[in-house]
Design a protein. Structure first.
Length: 99
């Protein structure tokens, strides 16, 4: 049996999402964004006890995974959930956990 027969695209996608979600700060950011339409990175800096550079790295990981998207509104960056990928992540996790 070849790897291609076992590892499906869904496996790769859910693993990418899970890796991005694998830190408490990132989970907090996703929780905040799931409860409101968007937020600014500066607002997150005020509530999280971490350096701006550390927060930026966490936001970058979530963005690279496709779970969030950022829009520059100088001098701030507005972050929102990527609704399409967020729905996909929910569906994949539900499918996986309810198998």
């Amino acid at each position: 049996m070849k790897k291609e027969d076992v590892i499906l695209e869904d496996h790769l996608t859910i693993a990418r999402y899970a890796k991005a979600m694998g830190h408490p700060v990132r989970m907090y950011v996703l929780e905040i964004l799931s409860k409101q339409s968007c937020c600014y990175s500066g607002d997150l800096t005020e509530v999280l006890p971490i350096a701006k550079s550390t927060l930026s790295q966490h936001l970058k990981e979530l963005k690279n995974a496709g779970l969030i998207q950022g829009e520059i509104e100088a001098p701030k960056i507005k972050y929102c959930l990527n609704q399409e990928n967020w729905k996909q992540a929910q569906d994949l996790f539900n499918k996986f956990l309810n198998t």
